[in-house]
Design a protein around this ligand. Structure first.
Ligand code: G3P
Length: 225
């Protein structure tokens, strides 16, 4: 399962890229707005941090196909080949995804709330579809179930489209989708940190170091070898 950071906070991205096996960064206009910086500036900084080998997701802003396509061309020309253009999964968005597929521009159908919306984005040629798990939950539906249905549709019909589950409240939601075989998730930094945040783990980690120090008075194997 691919793991992306759903954040544009530069310091947080630097820290997570350094520590975890991260495949890239996803952004949207709201995430960019949180930084208070110019989009060009912050997205360029992110590209520099993650390098060309990791994937950057940048959202097209217009809501008409022509405008989306123009945004997409410019986004890829500016931020490089390993950039996926996020496109709202609305009728004009599907039209844009189809045309961009022909041009060889990679896309992600975003703001996906229903399995059939995901189906349309995949059939139009999107490389990714992004269901918003927690936001679906907040509407009184089950985001995990919706996402699993989307995964089933991709597999049963052989669409070359990865389900990129987004909008998580906690790591347990991620776990359930990871077990199910969903292809990718994008998470806020605290959710990723919580994959491994556990007092029981911390205690054992500390105990091992303390026991070694008690035995040898040293802090590492290299000091006793
Ligand atoms: O990638 C989509 C995502 O940013 C929405 O997440 O946490 O704002 O519901 P959230």
């Amino acid at each position: 399962m691919k793991l992306f950071i759903d954040d544009a906070d530069i310091e947080a991205i630097k820290r997570l890229i350094d520590l975890y096996p991260i495949d890239g960064v996803t952004t949207n206009p709201t995430i960019l707005a949180r930084t208070g910086k110019e989009p060009k500036e912050v997205l360029s900084e992110i590209r520099t941090i993650i390098g060309e080998e990791r994937t950057l997701f940048v959202q097209a802003v217009p809501l008409d196909a022509e405008g989306i396509i123009e945004d997409a061309r410019k986004i890829v020309a500016y931020f490089g080949k390993n950039t996926i253009v996020k496109i709202p999964s609305i009728p004009e968005g599907f039209k844009a995804i189809r045309e961009l597929k022909i041009e060889g521009i990679h896309t992600c159908g975003t703001i996906v709330y229903t399995p059939l919306q995901g189906y349309l984005a995949a059939k139009a040629g999107a490389d990714y579809v992004a269901p918003y798990v927690n936001r679906i939950d907040n509407m009184g539906y089950d985001g995990i179930t919706v996402t699993k249905k989307m995964q089933d549709i991709m597999e049963n019909h052989g669409y070359d489209c990865t389900v990129l589950a987004a909008s998580f409240r906690n790591s347990n939601q991620v776990l359930e989708l990871c077990e199910y075989g969903v292809g990718a998730v994008t998470c806020a930094t605290d959710v990723i940190d919580n994959f491994v945040k556990n007092v029981a783990i911390d205690k054992v980690v500390d105990d091992f170091v303390k026991d070694f120090e008690k035995l040898t008075g040293k802090h590492s194997m290299k000091d006793v070898l």
